[in-house]
Design a protein around this ligand. Structure first.
Ligand code: AMP
Length: 429
């Protein structure tokens, strides 16, 4: 199949040529005709499959003939990084179309967003919290909306955005085309799809199967040796660009510092950074000035760095789905990549769950020459889990939340929950 077969408006076709895409990816081949036909679409696809172009190209095609300066397409996405990425995709594919797009998310000034909306824009890519603020203030007019995209719906659900999504749905015209993309299909998303989509065409690419080009390996290790093993792996592996995942933002920051101390060009991406510093970390990773980016699941959501050669799970993720999301960052667009996971004795159940999803056991590896027998320091190293204590004797929650140890000691359920204030763009982890 070729892109010519879709018969895109020549200005959109020009954007595809500039992007250098020769053949549509499977999600594009399935979704583009349905979106162009004006159908609602339920797209089951993980990041890295080309799903952004699968909705962006037909949206540009649809909007091209119409008036300018009214919000006619709205994309709602869980994180600022993903919103920026989608906006960049619209800008790149739509260069010849003279259609304009802008982003709306929290953590940055409101005024430039208001000014951009006032000047008039055709496409808005937004995170739910700030979008609702604009809706509440009357600074965005959605009355001319034709297409609504809910991207990474499962992630928005995980981040507690479902009530916000429902409020957004109330604020947009009833007659519209709706596209919902999700990597997984939990019950809540199935329900949301049932409420929002009209006779949708369902397109599905590799439901939770990882990119085939990724090879997986587990590195069993004691908790206190994780950093040393990671340094050893980085020294002995031929890596181009490495994305390292930690369980919490504190651990991401700490590990980034340790990697830099060891001489690596590293940066971290976590919720405590200002938007400028986040962007600098991302840009530096993209252009190769940083070889290693340490991130949490939330902060790394949707990162599109096509040349990522290795994903290393310093901490195993909370769910098999999160594992698939993480390793979806490597082996993108049919490149090959490696996914390494450092595992401790406590991770056995999660390893089993991941292997079940992958449909096969994952190879266990040992790093040649690494001394696995070094005992834990008497005074626990910063990344070692503290001994479990009865709840009553724990320090006050506010104090506990400020240390990586305390973060690590929290039950997964409590770590997963989001603060509603100040975390609307979902960058807690
Ligand atoms: P996405 O899943 O939208 O994040 O896209 C993943 C990556 O695939 C991005 O780097 C896109 O630029 C790239 N991509 C999207 N469509 C194609 C295509 N048809 N051919 C080659 N690369 C593509």
């Amino acid at each position: 199949m070729t892109f010519q077969e879709f018969k895109f408006h020549p200005d959109v076709a020009a954007g595809i040529t500039v992007a250098g895409y020769a053949t549509p990816t499977p999600i594009q081949a399935q979704a583009i005709p349905a979106v162009m036909a004006g159908r609602d679409v339920m797209g089951l696809a993980q990041t890295g499959t080309g799903k952004t172009a699968a909705f962006a190209l037909p949206i540009l095609h649809r909007l091209q003939p119409g008036p300018r300066g009214k919000v006619r397409a709205l994309v709602v996405a869980p994180t600022r990084e993903l919103a920026e990425q989608i906006n960049e995709a619209f800008a790149a594919y739509g260069k010849q179309t003279r259609l304009t797009s802008t982003t709306i998310y929290g953590g940055v000034g409101n005024n430039p967003q208001v000014a951009a909306l006032r000047r008039g824009v055709d496409i808005v890519v937004a995170c739910p919290g700030r979008l609702l603020d604009h809706i509440g203030q009357g600074t965005i007019d959605l009355s001319k909306l034709e297409v609504l995209v809910l991207d990474e719906a499962d992630q928005m659900f995980d981040m507690g955005f479902l009530p916000d999504i429902r409020r957004i749905l109330k604020a947009v015209p009833k007659t519209r085309q709706t596209l919902l993309f999700s990597a997984t299909m939990p019950e809540a998303i199935r329900g949301l799809a049932g409420e929002t989509l009209t006779s949708p065409v369902t397109v599905q690419v590799d439901r939770v199967a990882p990119a085939v080009t990724v090879s997986h390996a587990l590195y069993p290790v004691d908790q206190h040796l994780k950093t040393a093993l990671l340094l050893g792996l980085l020294k002995h592996t031929d890596t181009e660009s490495v994305l390292v995942f930690t369980r919490t933002k504190h651990r991401a920051k700490r590990l980034d510092e340790q990697l830099q101390k060891a001489g690596f060009r590293a940066a971290s991406l976590q919720g405590n950074l200002s938007q400028n510093r986040r962007q600098a970390a991302l840009d530096g990773f993209r252009d190769g000035s940083f070889q290693i980016l340490v991130a949490t699941d939330i902060a790394a959501r949707g990162i599109d760095v096509s040349q990522i050669s290795h994903v290393i799970n310093y901490d195993i993720p909370d769910t098999p789905e999160a594992y698939i999301h993480r390793i979806g960052r490597t082996g993108r667009a049919a490149r090959s990549g490696d996914a390494f996971t450092l595992v401790t004795g406590e991770d056995t159940a999660m390893v089993r769950a991941i292997e079940k999803v992958l449909g096969k056991p994952v190879e266990r590896r040992r790093l040649e020459g690494f001394d696995y027998t070094v005992p834990a320091p008497r005074k626990d190293s910063e990344f070692a889990r503290p001994p479990r204590q009865p709840v009553a004797r724990r320090p006050k929650p506010a104090a506990a939340a400020s240390t990586p140890e305390a973060e690590a000691a929290k039950p997964a359920s409590s770590r997963r929950r989001f603060k509603r204030n100040g975390a609307r763009s979902g960058n807690d982890r």
